[in-house]
Design a protein. Structure first.
Ligand code: HEM
Lengths: 585, 386
């Protein structure tokens, strides 16, 4: 059986019983798709039989790998293998989720780790599947391309001897024209229909719809293009994220990033010099209705500069979906939140800390957790230096309903700054900054700290802007105002235009491959001794085309001008269903 | 286009809701009418089945050709030439034109073993009253689809934006797509009335779940969706969904019909009863397979394009065109599954029922992507609105 996509109905009996002549076989293959191995095995006798030797085994293996069945299985495996990556947290998407998973599942996590389930898309088994698939693809399209070039360079296949055996067939006998005239007319008509036409003995042979094969090859080759572009982006692209508070600036070098993800060929040295200042962050939210609190707009107003001179700036607006493009890098607005400003004085009354601290949003109303860390400068009323830490929950619009506060704790009821408030607990001791372990800027590590207490009760305050409290060990803490911060991702994606180009080519190729029908039409005209000409038309197309019969009919109709049907043609094939013409006056 | 302060027109929002409920009511009526058509169409079942057992039913190719010749002979009265083509289900088309010379006629013959498959008689089973019910069902479906379409348009007017900004709207719009596809095929005189029952059922289930589980009031969009890619990417996904549903129906029916046909081929005496009769009235397995292939193959490039559009959007929004976000991953899985189906159709030993099973899997992947991922998995796609 061939793998050319035709259903059983389209095969001629000869083909089904395997007795086909060379020219008929040529006539029937409408695709250069690889022949399935069962047929090859029968032909070459290399079906895993003993004694084929090393080279034989290699060839056998290669043939297996490049067979349609293997491609099918590999495709299926690829989709299966992609599933776990959507169910198990991935390091690439969220290292924190992976860490949370690891601490929660003591038995599963090590197994997952071994199987590479936390980085599925770079795991050896996922890579193995797609690499095998692409090797198979290469082994498939290279010979197909050659074969197709061969098809294009040679004439359409010769007409089969028995046209009547082809799927669609028409015949009539004409006294109006001899075979030469008929064939010449048929040739003109077929050319007008943009068939590729050639003469083969007493017949015209023609073919159309090469774009199907072109499309198919283009599609499969574009898949390589996409793979290469993807690999290129991974090797030469990189990104970093940074939180910038209103009024602060960022300049593009590694030390300024909160998180920098380089790649093989994109390191800190490759960063282009530029910078920007977050002038103002604006957001608006639905103020009423069932979706109250849903954001309707975010934007970061920035002034940016190219190079290292921050005096020549241009203004720009960065929004979700509208990154700022600077010198080959894109700056995206990816998150935002609030940064309450605190002022801390020590026992002597000196201001030792004054500044905003970004808080991490916890819900859609932007209830946020904050950790204000006063690392140095604080000296208590005994003259001892210590560190101060404040852990807080910031609410841009504080809940006022006591019942809900009792159940949920302090929380926000609206994301905008309608009634900001922060609940703080104060600690003193060692912030743990110097221990070497990485610390979150949003969390206070209280392991080596003591909470301030008053009469045995933890010291807790709910502060509105402008309010503060006295530290029992001397000095004050004041919540002065609120600023906003925005999180930016700066990314460089070289190769994305290549990915786009090859994916567009893939779509075009698919359209050709799926919607163009490749088909052949033969016309034979033989003038008998009595002067009548027997005209025979036959057509062959792939199963999805129901149109070949109509196409043949239209051609037959047009041929009537030259060779009108005027007598019943006697067919010499007893096994066909009745086919003939009706005499007319 | 995405004015942040554009107010919601609540009048249109409530019109939209009313239209959705009306559409559901009419879909229900249409569904019942199709069900009646299938039921009443079974009344002549005994007669049909015994005729089939005696080998009389259906038109053979020989009959068809004889019929074609008769037609051609009739056409011979005028000075024209006639070319007759035998078509699926035994129907014929005759092309004629006048010619100056003496005129004859030509038949284009499709080989016995390549002849179009013989389809079942249809849901009505040739029963006139059942057929009338079927026609009513088609009219009701058309009405329901128009109401559904009206609802989607009213939504868009009320919110001043594409009416597919959350799962509720997405689902409603998807039922419109599936409905329009069906009505469009009928209008193009394709024989697809068999799809009516499962299609209206799907529309009812879809709208029912949308209204009860996903309902979101007409509102402005979150900033993440403020992009013209919402027009392109999401409408692509939605059109694919509606069409893939139709393709899935065809695949399911192909599967059951194919099982029936092979059982019948083994022992015709066993293939009787109401189920066998329903199966007999469906189009031939080969026809259903062709429909399934055509619809799925038509959607495949569109789905490819939808994914690409999503990737471009992702690059504009997040800085990466592909990051294996769960939604991206499932779109990829769905895509590969459909590619698998297309390959299977071209691979010996994988055609037919095995390929149909791949369609089931692929469509399940699509559904999981559209709903499962939005509901159960937390990704970057902020689409669900639930
Ligand atoms: C990388 C993954 C692959 C994808 C996504 C893919 C996708 C597709 C699609 C969507 C089609 C449908 C077009 C049509 O029916 O004409 C197709 C056809 C085809 N593919 Fe692939 N393919 C892949 C790999 C392969 C491999 C490895 C081979 C070779 C062993 C192959 C050989 C073919 C052939 C021969 C056809 C045409 C079948 C026909 O003539 O109908 N493909 N492919």
């Amino acid at each position: 059986m061939t793998t050319d996509g035709r259903t059983a109905e389209e095969r001629t009996p000869e083909e089904q019983t395997g007795e086909k002549t060379a020219d008929e076989r040529a006539a029937e293959r409408l695709s250069s798709a690889p022949v399935d191995d069962s047929e090859l095995d029968a032909g070459s006798g290399a079906g895993g039989a003993a004694g084929i030797g090393f080279v034989g085994w290699i060839r056998w293996g290669w043939r297996q790998l490049t067979s349609m069945r293997t491609a099918l299985i590999l495709l299926f495996l690829l989709s299966l293998a992609a599933v776990p990556g959507s169910l198990v947290p991935q390091v690439s998407a969220s290292p924190t989720n992976v860490a949370a998973f690891v601490t929660k599942h003591h038995t599963l996590a090590p197994i997952y780790q071994k199987l590479g389930l936390f980085h599925v898309y770079s795991s050896f088994w996922f890579s193995a599947i797609y690499i095998l698939l692409f090797v198979s693809l290469a082994g498939c399209i290279v010979p197909r391309t050659w074969q197709f070039v061969g098809v294009l360079r040679s004439a359409p296949p010769a007409a089969p001897r028995h046209l009547v055996r082809l799927p669609v067939y028409a015949t009539w006998r004409s006294r109006g024209a001899d075979s030469e005239q008929t064939l010449a007319a048929a040739e003109t008509l077929l050319r007008r229909r943009r068939f590729r036409v050639a003469r083969s003995g007493d017949a015209i042979t023609s073919e159309k719809g090469y774009l199907r094969e072109v499309g198919n090859l283009l599609f499969h080759i574009s898949l390589f293009g996409m793979l290469i572009a993807f690999a290129f982006s991974k090797l030469f692209g990189g990104m970093g994220t940074v939180v910038v508070i209103e009024g602060k600036a960022f300049s593009n070098n590694v030390s300024q990033y909160d998180d920098f993800m380089p790649s093989t060929f994109y390191t800190g040295d490759d960063l282009t010099p530029f910078g920007f200042k977050l002038d103002k962050f604006e957001a608006s939210y639905q103020a009423s209705g069932p979706q109250m609190g849903n954001p309707t707009m975010f934007q970061a107003n920035v002034s940016y500069w190219l190079g290292t001179d921050p005096t020549k700036t241009k203004n720009a607006v960065v929004q979700e979906n509208h990154p700022l493009e600077v010198d080959g890098s894109n700056v995206y607005l990816t998150a935002h939140g609030y940064a309450p400003v605190f002022q801390v004085t020590d026992a002597k009354g000196d201001v030792i800390y004054n500044g905003p601290t970004p808080c991490l949003p916890q819900d859609s109303n932007l209830s946020s957790t904050c950790a204000i860390k006063v690392n140095d400068g604080y000296v208590d009323n005994q003259g001892n230096a210590t560190q101060i830490g404040l852990s807080g929950i910031f609410t841009p619009t504080a809940a006022t309903d006591p019942a809900s506060i009792r159940t949920m704790g302090p929380h926000s009821v609206f994301p905008d700054l309608a009634d900001p408030e922060i609940y703080v607990n104060a600690y003193h001791g060692d912030l743990g900054d110097n221990s070497g372990a990485p610390q979150s800027i949003y969390e206070l590590d209280t392991k080596h700290m003591t909470q301030y207490k008053l009469d045995g009760q933890p010291l807790t305050f709910a502060l509105k802007p402008g309010q503060g409290f006295k530290l029992p060990s001397g000095g004050t803490v004041t919540f002065t105002s609120v600023q906003q911060w925005a999180n930016f991702t700066v990314a460089t994606n070289p190769g994305s235009s290549w990915a786009l180009l090859s994916s567009m080519a893939a779509v075009l190729g698919l359209i050709g491959s799926l919607f163009v029908q490749r088909r052949r039409i033969w016309v034979r005209a033989v003038t008998a001794e009595d002067g009548t000409t027997v005209v025979e038309l036959a057509g062959l197309a792939r199963s999805e085309s129901a149109r070949i019969a109509e196409e043949l009919a239209a051609l037959a109709l047009d041929l009537q001008d030259t060779a009108p049907a005027d007598e019943t043609a006697v067919t010499d094939e007893p096994d066909t269903v009745a086919a003939g013409t009706t005499p007319k006056e | 286009m995405f004015l942040a302060d554009a107010a919601i027109d609540t009048r249109f929002a409530s019109i939209s809701n009313d239209l959705i409920y009306s559409a559901m009511a009419v879909f229900l009526l249409a569904f019942l009418a199709y069900a009646c058509e299938w039921t009443f169409g079974g009344r002549s079942r005994i007669a049909r089945q015994s005729a089939a057992l005696a080998g009389k039913a259906g038109s053979s190719v020989a009959d068809t050709v004889a019929e074609a010749e008769r037609t051609a002979a009739d056409a011979g009265k005028a000075p024209t030439v006639a070319v007759t083509v035998t078509r699926a289900g035994g129907g014929t088309t005759t092309l004629t034109r006048t010619v100056a010379a003496k005129a004859g006629s030509v038949d284009v013959v499709t080989r016995g073993d390549a002849a179009p498959p013989v389809d079942g008689v249809g849901a009505s089973g040739g029963d006139e009253r059942a057929d009338r019910l079927g026609r009513i069902a088609v009219s009701l479906t058309t009405l329901a689809v128009l109401l559904d379409l009206g609802a989607v348009i009213a939504r868009g007017i009320s919110a001043h934006r594409p009416p597919w900004g959350n799962l509720y709207e997405f689902t409603c719009a998807m039922t419109v797509v599936a409905g329009l596809l069906f009505v469009g095929l009928l209008a193009a005189r394709k024989n697809v009335r068999w799809m009516g029952l499962p299609l209206t059922f799907g529309a009812l289930v879809g709208l029912g779940i949308a209204v009860t589980e996903f309902y979101t009031a007409s509102e402005q969009l979150v900033p993440a969706l403020h992009s013209y890619w919402l027009w392109i990417h999401v409408s692509g996904a939605m059109i694919c969904g509606g069409a893939l549903y139709a393709g899935g129906i065809a695949a399911v029916l192909f599967f059951v019909k194919d099982v029936h046909e092979s059982r019948k081929a083994q022992d015709p005496a066993k293939a009787v009863g109401w189920w066998a009769d329903v199966m007999d009235r469906l189009p031939a397995a080969a026809t259903l397979d062709k429909w399934s292939y055509r619809i799925n193959a038509f959607v495949f490039p569109l789905w490819t394009f939808t994914i690409i559009a999503g990737a471009i959007w992702a690059e504009a929004a997040w800085g990466h065109y592909w990051e294996w976000d769960p939604t991206e991953t499932w779109a990829f899985i769905t895509w590969v599954a459909y590619a698998c189906y297309l390959h299977a159709r071209a691979t010996a030993g994988w055609k037919g029922r095995k390929a149909a099973v791949l369609v089931f899997i692929a469509f399940a992947c699509y559904l999981f992507n559209a709903y499962g991922v939005s509901i159960f998995i937390n990704g970057k796609h902020s689409y669900a609105g639930v």
